[in-house]
Design a protein around this ligand. Structure first.
Ligand code: 2NL
Length: 344
């Protein structure tokens, strides 16, 4: 009986050794250790043995079963490990391969210029303020010292939606709204970039829709010299440290006094060329000291507070800076134009 068990053990261990998949091992398990398997058969026949032989054979039968069981378990885990390794090998990726190139776009030239100007004023302690493009007559005109029927309203021919609502003609309403929110307490120090609308026939230098950046500072003891200092810093940072500025008297209904600022020509340095129309100077922006009526209407005591404000057109600045000859290029989205402003 022991010989028979010994033979079964060797046969089973050999088959286990040779098995190449989990299914074959399962079959071996069933055929050797199952209820109808040879080992069970042997154990069933133990009744015929003498009482002395019985425990010896029983113990050996158990030993054979354990040996087969552990050989099966070992082989199963070997095969499972092999399956995992095979999978890992097949699915491995080469992390050193170069990736697929991502095509990078670039900011629209107007966006780039506006962000450059914003950054510049942020370094001088300004914050950026925004507001609605559809405005009331009050914020767009009246709060800025332009009562109904004031002749200066003609300077800004407008798109009215109703008698009282229009597309803003300037970003000044943002400044008026911001001042109101301060409830008569300074300081206010903001720039307001954004889209504005005026009734105009489109041509190389005019558009019915364009961008504007305005700035406003309101506090105690703000003077024209402060305006000059801030705008000179802006001109130098934007157009080169060697720029000179010049202020000429002008008129805006919301400022008094009002000025126009020129910069010395960055192309010819002041000698005269086609960019500066042979004057040596280029007009860049309008500015002035905030009109007392505007301060009072926004809730500021004009005896205590003074302020300066300015407004510029980013299109004009971008056209000068990059030598663009037609404002319509900014709005027609021709990729041959837009792609020229990719940064290196
Ligand atoms: C120009 C001129 C300017 C302002 C805008 C302003 C705003 C408030 C009060 C006073 Cl709330 N002024 N804005 C002042 C002077 C000039 O813009 O030529 N823009 C393109």
């Amino acid at each position: 009986m022991q010989d028979r068990l010994q033979a079964l053990k060797e046969e089973a261990l050999l088959k286990i050794q040779q098995a190449s998949d989990l299914k074959a091992l399962q079959d071996i398990k069933v055929s050797y250790l199952g209820k109808k398997g040879p080992i069970t058969e042997v154990l069933k026949g133990m009744g015929k043995l003498s009482p002395e032989e019985r425990p010896v054979v029983g113990a050996y039968a158990n030993e054979v079963r354990d040996a087969i069981t552990s050989a099966l378990e070992l082989k199963i885990s070997e095969l499972e490990q092999a399956v995992i390794e095979e999978k890992l090998k097949k699915e491995s990726i080469d992390v050193t391969l170069p990736g697929r190139p991502v095509r990078k776009g670039n900011a629209h030239p107007l966006t780039a210029v506006i962000e450059e100007i914003e950054d510049l004023f942020l370094t001088m302690g300004f914050t950026v303020a925004e507001g609605p493009e559809v405005e009331t007559d009050y914020y767009n005109f009246e709060a800025l010292n332009l009562p109904k029927d004031h002749p200066a309203r003609d300077m800004q021919d407008s798109f009215f939606i109703t008698e009282d609502i229009l597309l803003r003609t300037q970003t000044s309403p943002v400044q008026a709204r911001t001042m109101e929110k301060h409830h008569g307490r300074g300081p206010v120090k903001i720039i307001s970039p954004g889209k504005v609308y005026r009734r105009d026939d489109d041509d190389a230098t005019h558009s019915h829709q364009f961008m504007q950046i305005e700035g406003l500072v309101v506090d105690e003891n703000v003077r024209l010299s402060d305006l000059k200092g801030v705008l000179e810093t802006f001109a130098k940072k934007m157009f080169g440290e060697e720029r000179k500025i010049r202020l000429r008297p002008s008129f805006f209904p919301f400022t008094e006094p009002s000025v126009e600022m020129d910069i010395s020509c960055f192309k010819c340095g002041g000698k005269g060329c086609s960019i500066c129309k042979h004057t040596g100077w280029i007009e860049i922006l309008g500015a002035g000291m905030v009109h007392p009526n505007v301060l009072e209407m926004a809730g500021f005591d004009s005896k205590k507070y003074t302020g300066f404000a300015f407004g510029m057109g980013p299109e004009r600045i971008a056209m000068l800076k990059y030598g663009i000859d037609d404002i319509r290029h900014f709005y027609t989205n021709d990729l041959r134009f837009l792609k020229q402003f990719k940064k290196a």
